[in-house]
Design a protein around this ligand. Structure first.
Ligand code: SF4
Length: 422
C-alpha cells in the first residue's frame, strides 16, 4: 500500500531511498528466494513477486536471473538497428518536465522539416548503410501553434500526422529505407494510414500513473501523456496488427509500484494482441534548461535493477532494449541485466532527444557485446518474429522489407541495388 507523499518526495531518487519513502519494501509474507524460483521460468512475474524482487533482491542475483531468462529465450544474439533519426518537427503541444527536444516557435531549434530536407537526410543515411528511418516528432503542434498550421497548410495538410504519413511514404518510395514513426498519441485512422509506409510504429507508455499529471509533476503540462490515451493507442495498434515499440521512462517521480504496474500493463497488452515487438527501458537524464534540471537521475544500479526486473516481468520471448548512450561508459553492464537489443544506432545523426549523449559507435558496441560472449546482429525496424507473420506486414512495405531481410529475419549484408541512384 502506498503512503501519501508530498510532490518533493515524489522526486526522491535511489532504489533503497525510493522504496523506503514510498513504503515499498515489497509485500510482507513473501520471500525473495521463492520469488526468484518463480522468476526464472520466463512466464512473466506476478505483481507482488516483481515488486518484492525490485525492492529487496540483491542486485547480483537479480541480474543473474535476468541474464538466464534472456539466454533461454533469446540465445546469445543481441540485436541493433542501423538508423537515421529524422526529427520531423521539434514543435510540440506538450511540455514534459524532462524534455529538451521540444521547442516553441521562435526558439532556437524550432523547426518543421520540409520534404526536401527529409529526403536529403534519408538519402545520406541510405548511402551510409542505414536501413531504418526513425521519425520522431512533437505531438500535435497544430493544436496550439498557428506557425505549425501555416507550415502544414503550405504543404497541403491540416494535421501533423497526415504530413508525417506523406513523408514516410516519400522516404520509403525514394530511398528504400524502412520508416518507423514515433509521433505520440495516434487515432486508429492515423495508424491505418501510417501502417502503409511504416514497418512498425512506436509510442513510449512512459508510465501508467495518472499521478504524474498532477501540478508540479513530470507530465503536469502534457495532455498527451494521459496514460489511458497512450494505452488506447497501443491497444488500437494491436487490433490493426502493427508491430509496436513502447517502453517506460524511469526516474521521473514514479514509485516502484508504478514502474511494475507499467511493465505489467505492457505485458498484458502483448498477451491480448501479440504486437509489442520491443520494450524500451529508458532512464531520465537531467539536462540544463529543463524544468526537471535539478531532479536526481536514477543511479546506474537502479537502472540495472529495473532492466532486470523488466526481463522477469515480461514474458520471456519479448524483446527488451535499453539505449546504450544513456548509460555512458557503463553501457556494457546493461547486457548483464538481460537486454537482448541495443535499439537504433545511427552512423549519420546524433540523438536529438538526448543530444549530449553520443551513441557508442557500432565497433565499440560489437566489442562490448562480444566481450561477454554474445553476438551482435543487425536487425531491421521490424523484429524477425514479426517479419515472418504476414498479418504484421503491410503489402505496401513488404517489397522493401524483403530487399533487406535475410533468411532468419535479420538485416542482410549490404544490399546494393536500391542504393544505386540514391
Ligand atoms: S517528450 Fe515528447 S511529448 Fe513530451 S514535450 Fe518532449 S516532444 Fe513533446
Amino acid at each position: 500500500m502506498l503512503r501519501e507523499k508530498s510532490d518533493n518526495a515524489l522526486y526522491a531518487s535511489g532504489t533503497q531511498d525510493r522504496a523506503a519513502a514510498a513504503g515499498e519494501e515489497g509485500p510482507a509474507g513473501r520471500d525473495v528466494e521463492s520469488a526468484f524460483f518463480r522468476a526464472t521460468d520466463g512466464q512473466g512475474l506476478g505483481r507482488e513477486d516483481a515488486l518484492l524482487l525490485l525492492a529487496r533482491a540483491p542486485t547480483e542475483a537479480l541480474l543473474q536471473a535476468a541474464s538466464s531468462v534472456r539466454e533461454r529465450f533469446h540465445g546469445r544474439v543481441i540485436s541493433y538497428s542501423k538508423k537515421v533519426f529524422i526529427p520531423l518537427t521539434t514543435l510540440c503541444r506538450d511540455y514534459c518536465g524532462y524534455c529538451t527536444f521540444r521547442k516553441d516557435p521562435g526558439e532556437p531549434g524550432a523547426h518543421f522539416m520540409p520534404p526536401e530536407e527529409v529526403l536529403a537526410a534519408a538519402k545520406q543515411a541510405r548511402r551510409a548503410g542505414c536501413k531504418e528511418a526513425l521519425f520522431s516528432l512533437g505531438d500535435q503542434p497544430e493544436k496550439i501553434f498557428p506557425e505549425a498550421r501555416e507550415f502544414l497548410s503550405r504543404q497541403g495538410f491540416e494535421r501533423t500526422l497526415d504530413y508525417l504519413a506523406a513523408m514516410t511514404e516519400l522516404t520509403m518510395e525514394r530511398t528504400g529505407l524502412l520508416p518507423h514513426a514515433n509521433p505520440g498519441v495516434m487515432s486508429a485512422e492515423s495508424m491505418r494510414r501510417l501502417r502503409a509506409s511504416n514497418v512498425s510504429l512506436g509510442l513510449m507508455l512512459e508510465n501508467v500513473s495518472p499521478r504524474l499529471m498532477r501540478a508540479g509533476a513530470a507530465h503536469a503540462e502534457a495532455p498527451d501523456k494521459v496514460p489511458s490515451l497512450r494505452l488506447r493507442t497501443m491497444e488500437e495498434a494491436g487490433r490493426l496488427r502493427i508491430p509496436f515499440t513502447t517502453g517506460i521512462l524511469i526516474g521521473i517521480g514514479e514509485t516502484l509500484t508504478e514502474r511494475v504496474d507499467s511493465l505489467i500493463a505492457i505485458r498484458d497488452l502483448h498477451r491480448r494482441f501479440g504486437h509489442i515487438q520491443e520494450v524500451i527501458i529508458q532512464n531520465f537524464r537531467a539536462k540544463p534548461g529543463i524544468p526537471m534540471a535539478a531532479h536526481p537521475e536514477p543511479s546506474e544500479e537502479e537502472m540495472l535493477r529495473t532492466v532486470a526486473a523488466a526481463r522477469l516481468i515480461l514474458d520471456g520471448e519479448m524483446n527488451l532494449q535499453a539505449p546504450p548512450n544513456l548509460s555512458y561508459a557503463a553501457f556494457p553492464r546493461l547486457l548483464e541485466a538481460g537486454i537482448n537489443d541495443w535499439g537504433g544506432i545511427s552512423p549519420v545523426t546524433r540523438d536529438f532527444i538526448n543530444p549530449e549523449a553520443p551513441w557508442p559507435e557500432i565497433a565499440r558496441l560489437r566489442a562490448a557485446t562480444e566481450a561477454r560472449g554474445l553476438q551482435l546482429r543487425e536487425r531491421l525496424a521490424i523484429y524477425p518474429e514479426f517479419a515472418r507473420q504476414p498479418e504484421f506486414v503491410c503489402q505496401t512495405v513488404q517489397p522493401n522489407m524483403e530487399h533487406w531481410i535475410d533468411a532468419e529475419g535479420y538485416a542482410r549484408e549490404e544490399g546494393v541495388s536500391l542504393a544505386q541512384g540514391v
